[in-house]
Write a protein that binds this ligand. Structure first.
Ligand code: PPS
Length: 286
């Protein structure tokens, strides 16, 4: 599909296996096809709930795997470098990728992923910042329902009535299977705090040695501003999918923007829900 056509199309949300998807970019037929997709064991899989740092890690991992040198014609944009397996478009992309990406829940990924054969990098983010980022993304995207207001969006998020369903189920399911998988867990917050260490940790997981120059080059190409300016990473070639006057994909790129959005009462309510559902979850977000 020509992305500029997207603006003219309508979309609907639909449920599949208890998760919310969007008719414009997903189909049940393809979601079923994904389950039997034979992944190449040499290709790692990046997994995330939307708005958790996916794009940042797509860029980091692609640069690690190419020794910071993937600027050639072959890799035009992040979609070509690290396609999402759950988009029907995936069947048509060139197999030149070095990395695959998914926002799917554990129970919907290719069967081969549920073994130690595939290296999985899971990135998570403080759910309050995910909510804020996602709220703005829903307003900015032509293929997602524009939220009524922030309060309504928080409620929809808690219920899992948003793009890709429940954040709580996503992280809990993946994390509960981590010992059966070849699994590296990183957070957006640790990337913000010490990106160098995260790059080194990811490189080591992927068995890649980075010399000092390569590491510096990756750091340089992964800053918020350089990704925002880089046509390979800034989604300018699919600008028809977004309302350019209603935001930007590279919005703020910070930790803690939730403090500028949550009222005290909303924050207390969300904390109580979090406590109910995640009290036993071992990872604590900043
Ligand atoms: S998506 O649509 O699910 O692929 O979105 P995702 O990439 O997971 O998340 C988008 C948020 O990540 C921020 N981002 C970055 N932050 C810091 N540094 C870099 N390089 C970077 N790249 C992307 C992006 O700005 C979105 O967060 P918000 O809070 O909305 O700014």
């Amino acid at each position: 599909m020509d992305p500029s056509e997207v603006a003219k199309m309508s979309f609907e949300y639909f449920q599949h296996n208890g998760v919310t998807f969007v008719s414009m970019i997903h189909s049940i037929e393809h979601l079923e096809w994904v389950k039997d997709f034979k992944m190449d064991p040499d290709i790692p899989l990046l997994v995330s709930y939307p708005k958790s740092g996916t794009t940042w890690l797509q860029q980091i991992i692609s640069l690690i795997l190419s020794n910071a040198n993937d600027t050639g014609e072959k890799f035009k944009n992040l979609y070509a470098k690290a396609p999402w397996i759950e988009y029907p478009l995936f069947k048509t992309v060139s197999r030149d990728y070095q990395l695959l990406t998914t926002h799917l829940n554990y129970h919907m990924v290719p069967n081969i992923v549920k073994s130690k054969m595939i290296k999985i990098i899971y990135v998570a983010r403080n759910p309050k910042d995910v909510i804020v980022s996602s709220y703005h993304f829903h307003k900015y995207s032509r293929f997602l329902k524009t939220p009524k207001d922030f309060q309504d969006f928080v409620e929809q998020f808690v219920e899992g009535n948003v793009f890709y369903g429940s954040w709580f189920d996503h992280i809990r399911d993946w994390y509960s299977h981590k010992d059966e998988l070849n699994f590296l867990f990183v957070t957006y917050e640790e990337m913000q705090k010490d990106l160098r260490s995260v790059i080194e940790k990811v490189a080591s997981f992927l068995n890649k040695k980075l010399d000092a120059g390569t590491l510096e080059s990756i750091l340089d190409q992964c800053t918020f501003n350089s990704m925002k300016e880089n046509p390979q990473t800034n989604y300018q070639d699919v600008s028809g999918m977004f309302y350019s006057d209603k935001g930007s994909f590279y919005r703020k790129g910070i930790v803690g923007d939730w403090k500028n959005h949550f009222l005290v009462s909303q924050n207390e309510w969300f904390d109580s829900i979090y406590q109910e559902r995640m009290a036993d979850f071992p990872v604590k977000f900043d």
